[in-house]
Design a protein around this ligand. Structure first.
Ligand code: FHN
Length: 437
């Protein structure tokens, strides 16, 4: 036994070195490329921030914001008992909203695993009175209802002593002044990722967050990315590091901004021309449940954000923070269902499309699919809308709302649409242009 062990380690090391090398020269597998296309077709996803922090109703940063010690925070799981959690209801809500995927926090910056992790007992099964694995139930329900499930995974950890040296969000919370960074990444993090990618069936991908806490650290990304692609080749790696994409990453995501914008102050303006794009935002003003936040966006506003994202060739990942008891705020529910009603009528102009050939403007955006360009008129009151030239011949134009014909003039200077006056409660006037071959 003692003689065989080094050989086993050596083989493992060589394997890891080879797979790591493979990532720096990353060629996505056919399954991965297919998954990217499917991702782009889905357009609309549900983001869920849910963890033991929800108990305090003060957002997912409460550990940090209140400068709690690890010992104090350790009491929180004792009060987390989501007896009303109903995976069927959550997935059904996503479906009725017209969402095609769910991205849920498998663990946030508090490092608390919301799944049955054997890597550490800092998890929902070991530490809470609930004792069950909601991600397992959610994964099974997603598979039943045909919704893709992605796991958000925080690389930043405010709880584990091995997250050392600490990063920008560090505060003295009782952890020792030493730790094993390599063990944190290679054993703890990769161990948990292996669990997520081997015990929950096919996973849409891993949505990383928190690298920005230690931007100059060696995160062993190549090794972790290789591990993910090896365990599930179709799983997409979506890093929320706010930087130019690196080899091994499959989607570029933007937080609270459309691709190329930086109103949030931390997004890169670089937009990949190869990778699928995603933009995430919150339905009210918070990610995790915040009892004092009633700033709900209206259903019309949500539809318009989705349309603006689609017109910018991007998905929209819209966040809700469920209650600690597992229920979803009825204010979220009614708004999401209204978005779903809109999509049930006009979803053709969104799902499966790509950003259209006409640059977005204050007036609206375009999406395109096969021989159609969908002109989404979001803010335009004048009777004529003049658009820049497009290369194809427009053979006809009609309103998606009532199928009525729309007068269209096309010449070398552009395309002019004669629009009916906007209706008072109109969210988006969709005009369909059919193109000649
Ligand atoms: O700090 C987190 C925040 O809590 C939330 O998870 C968002 C979601 O995109 N990301 C981080 C900030 O970049």
């Amino acid at each position: 036994m003692s003689k065989t062990l080094p050989a086993v380690f050596l083989t493992a090391l060589i394997f890891l070195a080879l797979t790591a090398l493979a990532q720096s020269d990353y060629q996505p597998s056919p399954e991965n490329l297919q998954a990217r296309r499917e991702f782009q077709d889905m357009k609309f996803g549900m983001f869920i921030h849910w963890g033991v922090y929800s108990v305090l109703g003060d957002g997912e940063w409460v550990f940090h914001n209140r400068k709690l010690t690890v010992d104090e925070y350790n009491r929180l799981p004792l009060f987390f008992d989501p007896e009303k959690f109903d995976a069927h209801a959550w997935v059904s809500l996503a479906k009725s909203a017209g969402m095609k995927y769910i991205t849920i926090t498998s663990r946030h910056h508090d490092g608390f695993a919301m799944f049955d992790s054997k890597v550490s007992d800092w998890n929902i099964v070991a530490r809470t009175p609930y004792k069950r694995d909601p991600l397992k139930m959610l994964a099974e329900e997603c598979h039943r209802q045909g919704i893709k499930l992605f796991f958000y995974y925080s690389q930043l950890d405010w709880h584990n002593p091995d997250y050392y040296p600490r990063g920008a969000t560090n505060w003295p919370n009782g952890r020792p002044d030493h730790g094993d960074w390599n063990a944190y990444l290679d054993t703890y993090m990769d161990g948990q990722l292996t669990e997520l990618l081997t015990r929950y069936g096919p996973v849409g991908g891993i949505w990383f967050d928190g690298m920005w806490d230690k931007p100059d650290a060696d995160w062993h990304l190549e090794k972790t990315y290789a591990l993910i692609h090896q365990l599930q080749p179709a799983a997409l790696i979506i890093p929320n590091h706010h930087q130019t994409p690196r080899p091994g990453e499959d989607v570029q995501t933007f937080e609270r901004d459309l691709p190329g914008q930086n109103t949030a102050g931390f997004n890169t303006r670089y937009v990949s021309r190869q990778l699928p794009l995603e933009s995430s935002d919150t339905l009210n003003d918070n990610w995790g449940f915040n009892i004092g936040d009633s700033q709900y966006k209206s259903a019309a506003e949500l539809v318009r954000r989705l349309i603006r994202a689609a017109g910018n060739n991007s998905n929209l990942l819209m966040n809700i923070g469920p209650y600690p008891n597992g229920e979803i705020d009825p204010q979220f529910v009614t708004r999401l269902q209204a978005v779903g009603e809109w999509l049930a009528k006009y979803g053709d102009s969104v799902y499966g499309t790509r950003g259209g050939p006409i640059p977005a403007g204050d007036w609206g955006v375009t999406t395109e699919k096969a021989d159609k360009i969908y002109v989404h008129v979001l803010a335009w009151n004048a009777p004529l809308l003049a658009l820049p030239p497009i290369s194809n011949k427009v053979t006809s134009a009609h309103s998606l709302v009532d199928n009525s014909g729309v007068e269209v003039t096309q010449n070398a200077d552009g395309v002019i649409l004669k629009l009916a006056p906007p209706k008072n409660d109109e969210t988006d006037r969709v005009i369909v242009l059919t193109l000649g071959r």
